[in-house]
Design a protein around this ligand. Structure first.
Ligand code: 2NL
Length: 342
C-alpha cells in the first residue's frame, strides 16, 4: 500500500509537470497514461495485490488518480486546440457565401395571377386528388361509360385498380365539393391534369388548368359572362375584346368557348392567332342539371356556371415559349430566366 501511494505520487508529479506544445504531444500523453496499455490501467490492476482491509482506501486513491489524469488530459487538449485556432488564417469576419436564389416556375406565375383575380371576386381555392375514381372524374360529370365524349379525354388507368384514373380535369374537385352539400359554392380549382396524348412541342400528357364553379339560386349565363369579362380585363388588359362561340361539353348546357382578341398583335393577325385576330382561352357553360342531381343538389332550386382553362398556353404566349416540353424539363437555363418575375 505504501509502495502504491509512492508510485501514484511520483506519477502525479510527472503529470503535473507535463507540458504539451502540439497535438502530437497530447496524443502521446493519452497513449502513455490513458491508453489500454497505459499507466492508469496498470496501476489499477495493482488492486488485486492490496490487502482486503485496505481495498476501500486504495480504491478511492486509484479513482482520484484516474480522474486527475483525465482532467489534465482535457486541459492540455483544450489549450492546444485554442492556440491552433488562433494560428489559423481563417477570417471569421468575412461575409458568408451568397446562396443562389431560386425562382418561381412560369406556370406558377401565371396560375397565381389567375387565382388572385378570382379571389378578388370572392372565389376560394379548392384542391383535390390527382388519382381519382371513375365516378368523380367521369360518371358524375354526365360522362357515362362508353359515352363517345370520353374519347376527347383519353387518360391513364392505374393497373392495380381499373376504377382509378389520373384525372383529366380538376372537375373532380368540384364534384367532391358539391357532394359536401354546403351551398352556395364559389370556388376555383387549379391543378395538374393528365391526358393520353402524344408528347410534342404543342401538347403534353400532363398540363395544368384552372376550373371555376359558382352555384347558388338564380345564377344565370349573364353572371358567367360578367365574371369572365372581369377576368379577361384584369388578366389581359382593358382594351382586349371578348367573343363567345357555342360549343359542347357533356357537363354543361348550354356550353360555349370564349375567345379574346389577340393580345400579341391586337387583332391584326399574327402567327400566335394564326392570322385570325382571336385566341381561344377557355370553355364554359351552365352546369348540366344531371351533374347537379348526381351531387344531390336540386336542379329546380339551384343553378350554376362553370368554366375551365389551361395555364400552359397563356404562359407560352406571355413569355414567348415555343415548346410546351420546356416546362417540365427542369433545365435551369430555362428556369433561371424567371428569377425576377413575381
Ligand atoms: C376546357 C373546358 C370546362 C367545365 C370545364 C365543369 C365542372 C363541373 C360541372 C360543370 Cl363540376 N362544368 N367544368 C365546364 C365547362 C368547360 O372546361 O376547355 N377546359 C380547358
Amino acid at each position: 500500500m505504501e509502495e502504491l501511494l509512492q508510485q501514484i505520487n511520483n506519477y502525479k508529479q510527472e503529470i503535473e509537470a507535463f507540458k504539451a506544445t502540439d497535438t502530437k504531444a497530447v496524443e502521446e500523453f493519452r497513449i502513455k497514461y490513458l491508453g489500454t496499455k497505459g499507466i492508469v490501467k496498470s496501476i489499477m490492476s495493482e488492486m488485486k495485490n492490496v490487502a482486503p482491509e485496505l481495498k476501500k482506501e486504495a480504491g478511492q486513491l486509484l479513482n482520484d488518480f484516474k480522474q486527475f489524469t483525465e482532467a489534465k488530459f482535457e486541459e492540455i487538449k483544450n489549450s492546444i486546440t485554442d492556440t491552433e485556432h488562433q494560428k489559423s488564417d481563417l477570417d471569421l469576419t468575412l461575409p458568408g457565401d451568397i446562396l443562389p436564389v431560386g425562382s418561381r416556375h412560369p406556370i406558377e406565375l401565371i396560375k397565381n395571377r389567375m387565382v388572385s383575380i378570382f379571389q378578388r371576386l370572392g372565389f376560394a381555392v379548392a384542391e383535390g386528388p390527382e388519382i381519382e375514381d371513375d365516378w368523380h372524374n367521369f360518371g358524375a360529370l354526365n360522362l357515362p361509360e362508353h359515352h363517345p365524349a370520353r374519347d376527347m379525354q383519353d387518360t391513364f388507368y392505374i393497373q392495380q385498380n381499373p376504377d382509378w384514373v389520373l384525372r383529366t380535369h380538376t372537375s373532380n374537385v368540384q364534384i367532391r365539393e358539391m357532394e359536401k352539400g354546403k351551398l352556395p359554392i364559389r370556388l376555383i380549382m387549379p391543378g395538374r391534369v393528365y391526358r393520353n396524348e402524344t408528347v410534342s412541342a404543342r401538347s403534353h400528357c400532363f398540363f395544368h388548368q384552372i376550373e371555376g364553379l359558382y352555384i347558388d339560386e338564380n345564377v344565370s349565363f349573364a353572371d358567367l359572362k360578367q365574371t369572365l369579362y372581369f377576368f379577361v380585363k384584369e388578366m389581359y388588359g382593358k382594351d382586349v375584346k371578348v367573343r363567345f362561340r357555342p360549343s359542347y361539353f357533356p357537363f354543361t348546357e348550354p356550353s360555349a368557348e370564349m375567345d379574346i382578341s389577340c393580345f400579341i398583335c391586337g387583332g391584326e393577325g399574327c402567327n400566335i392567332c394564326k392570322k385570325t385576330g382571336w385566341v381561344e382561352i377557355l370553355g364554359c357553360g351552365m352546369v348540366h342539371p344531371n351533374v347537379l342531381s348526381n351531387c344531390n343538389i336540386d336542379p329546380n332550386k339551384y343553378t350554376g356556371f362553370a368554366f375551365g382553362m389551361g395555364i400552359e398556353r397563356p404562359a407560352m404566349m406571355k413569355y414567348g415559349i415555343n415548346d410546351i416540353r420546356m416546362f417540365s424539363e427542369n433545365d435551369v437555363r430555362f428556369l433561371r430566366q424567371f428569377t425576377s418575375a413575381i
